[in-house]
Design a protein around this ligand. Structure first.
Ligand SMILES: Nc1ncnc2c1ncn2[C@@H]1O[C@H](COP(=O)(O)OP(=O)(O)OP(=O)(O)O)[C@@H](O)[C@H]1O
Ligand SMILES: [Mg+2]
Length: 234
């Protein structure tokens, strides 16, 4: 359990090339669970995640954590970047940066390489992995540092059902173990399977936020209701 939350965004605005990309956004995320940021392409999901992680320049507003510690955040990008090294070395790398003692690095790498089912290819170059394997590696490489909050940007985009199920199981277990997850997706089925809370964004604005169960059964806005019906929301 983390003491970093709540995370509060107040009147946050992001403009790029004079275009309003996000905001104004007012949003509070509390301590536990799994928040899904939902919305169609171009709605601002990635921008909102990057704002929360502190890697997006904002033009107005404030972002405040109860206790901020960037070392306790991790971010998994939509297209995972793997190092041109073996699978094991990819996992060891973040711990080496933290000057973790070698025997602890070995133990953690062993645990994670088995947990993501890549024990058999631990000494192969990570660049040879399939898309789903790369994404699992990217998630494990983020989790190996034991972050208190993990942001994920569409981690299952372009993956098939099997790889998606494996990643969803890993994320559910991670959330159950107390890591706070905040994840963007435009996949409604995935949101229904995973979300405890949802944030629905459209044209850079939050149109709905709160407990998933209530939002799905009783959407407050016509925009979210339309998205749930499968309408093409524009
Ligand atoms: N650097 C930039 N310059 C100009 N426009 C930008 C820039 N970055 C993002 N945008 C615009 O901001 C809007 C929101 O982008 P964002 O990537 O956050 O959306 P998204 O919901 O993540 O979309 P997708 O589902 O396609 O990943 C888009 O219209 C995009 O074109
Ligand atoms: Mg995106």
């Amino acid at each position: 359990m983390t003491d970093m939350f709540p995370l509060t965004l107040e009147q946050v605005i992001v403009r790029r090339q004079r275009k309003l990309v996000l905001g104004p956004v007012d949003l509070t995320l509390d301590q536990s669970g799994l928040t899904i940021i939902l919305g169609p392409n171009g709605s601002g999901k990635t921008t909102l995640l990057r704002v929360m992680h502190g890697i997006e320049r904002i033009n107005a507003g404030t972002i405040s954590w109860a206790v901020d510690d960037p070392a306790k955040h991790a971010f998994v990008f939509q297209s995972p970047i793997v190092l041109r090294r073996t699978v094991s070395e990819n996992l060891a790398y973040p711990l080496r940066l933290l000057k973790t003692p070698p025997q602890n690095v070995r133990a953690a790498v062993h645990h994670w390489v088995e947990r993501i089912g890549l024990g058999g290819v631990r000494n192969s170059p990570a660049t040879r992995l399939s898309g789903g394997e790369r994404q699992k590696l990217a998630i494990a490489r983020a989790l190996i540092r034991k972050p208190e909050v993990l942001f994920l940007d569409e981690p299952c985009a372009n993956l098939d059902g099997h790889a998606t199920r494996e990643i969803e199981a890993l994320l559910q277990e991670t959330a159950a173990n107390g890591t706070r997850l905040v994840m963007a997706t435009h996949d409604l089925g995935q949101a229904r399977r995973l979300a405890r809370d949802i944030v629905f964004v459209l044209h850079g604005k939050v149109h709905e936020s709160g407990p998933a169960e209530t939002a799905f059964s009783n959407p407050k806005t016509s925009e979210f209701a339309g998205f749930l019906r499968g309408d093409i929301v524009t």
